[in-house]
Write a protein that binds this ligand. Structure first.
Ligand code: GDP
Length: 362
């Protein structure tokens, strides 16, 4: 099966890495998402950032523009088509995902408040990431709260830190070193991203202000480089389907729909799908595939575009009959041959049992 998966990989076509944001409450996860999503027309930042189903797509053009702020970043080196960022920090689906072998998220951003250091949910997220082997980068957030800090979101954060008053630099150093120790207490070696020579052994830290935008260019640039250098094999487009249900939603006129993250492979209208339901496996046919229309000046709510076929990585709304009892956080399978159906149904049932055992364990 692995050989078959390798054969169907195409290393010339990389898909967008899926990125999720984790961390303790109030560290700035939501603000971070907002700042990454914001297209600043005045600053000439490339547009095309679109809000998807449960995710935000940041296309390569927008990434290049933002990453330009990071020193030594070469915009021409960008090979990925963009990022797909999961919108809901700490989504309930991540709990279900614990029970899965594969992981929905290619790279995680672990947000830490520089004033508070590692907090209980930070440590919980950290353990989850280590257990799943998900690569992550630490955003050391709220650097603007260092006493006397002067913001400049247009600059490389490391050059900018060097230009701060000596008191600010001293406070940064003290707080940073304390946090390095806290990570070490949790068996994780960390280093500032511009000094990290060994990203296999050391997790990178990027100082940020999600509030003002400082360091966000460095953070995105780091993730672009890391994805292309270290995750190329994983990101090589693969025909094998990897699709996870994020949300089950009833919409007027559409009935019950499922919002999925299609990580890899292709979904098509007319595909026979198998999902996990509370009352047993659910088998249905895809009636339509929807994605939101690109952001316009005035966003018409529920303004979707229809697709006959969609290739990962994307956030997609799937329309089909009989989806009422679908369980979120679990995979959606596509049945390509009639003799696969019973196997997939059994797989879907197994997913539910696994999810239930992992909930009971907690
Ligand atoms: P979440 O619970 O992790 O999603 O945190 P939020 O994004 O809701 O942020 C919590 C609070 O911290 C809000 O009042 C934000 O405005 C504030 N905040 C977030 N990021 C920053 C930052 O970089 N600097 C400062 N000073 N405040 C921030």
């Amino acid at each position: 099966r692995r050989a078959a998966a390798m054969a169907s990989r195409n290393f010339d076509v990389l898909r967008s890495p899926v990125i999720c944001v984790l961390g303790h409450v109030d560290t700035g996860k939501t603000k971070m998402l907002d700042t990454i999503r914001r297209t600043n027309v005045q600053l000439g930042e490339a547009g095309g950032i679109t809000q998807q189903i449960g995710a935000t797509r940041v296309p390569a053009e927008a990434l290049k523009e933002r990453c330009r702020k990071a020193r030594n970043f070469d915009p021409d080196s960008v090979k990925i088509p963009g990022f797909l960022i999961i919108d809901t920090p700490g989504h309930e689906s991540f709990a279900n995902l614990r029970s899965r072998g594969s992981s929905l998220c290619d790279v995680a951003i672990l947000v830490v408040d520089i004033m508070h250091g590692l907090e209980p949910q930070t440590i919980e997220s950290l353990k989850l990431l280590l257990k799943r082997g998900t690569p992550f980068v630490v955003a050391l957030n709220k650097v603007d709260r260092l006493y006397g800090y002067e913001s400049n979101p247009q600059k490389d954060i490391y050059q900018h830190l060097k230009a701060q008053s000596s008191n600010v630099q001293l406070e940064f150093k003290e707080r940073y070193e304390k946090i390095v120790t806290e990570f070490a207490e949790n068996s994780v070696n960390v280093a500032l991203s511009n000094q990290n020579k060994n990203t296999d052994e050391y997790v990178s830290i990027v100082p940020t202000s999600a509030f003002l935008g400082d360091g966000i260019g460095n953070l995105l640039a780091y993730i672009v480089d890391y994805s292309q250098d270290k995750l190329a094999e994983r990101l090589a487009f693969c025909t094998e389907l990897d699709c996870t249900v994020m949300e089950v939603r009833s919409l007027p006129g559409l009935g019950t729909t499922v919002d999925v993250i299609l990580l890899n492979g292709t979904l098509k209208r007319g595909d026979i799908i198998v999902l996990t339901g509370t009352e047993g496996p659910i088998c249905s046919e895809i009636r339509d595939l929807l994605m939101p229309a690109p952001l316009r000046e005035i966003r018409v709510k529920g303004d979707y575009e229809h697709y006959a076929s969609i290739q990962g990585a994307q956030g997609v709304k799937v329309l089909a009959k009989g989806l009422d009892n679908v369980v979120a956080g679990l995979p959606l399978f596509v049945c390509r041959r009639s003799d696969e159906l019973e196997v997939l149904k059994a797989d879907a049932q197994k997913q539910l049992e696994k999810a239930l055992t992992s909930i009971k364990k907690k």
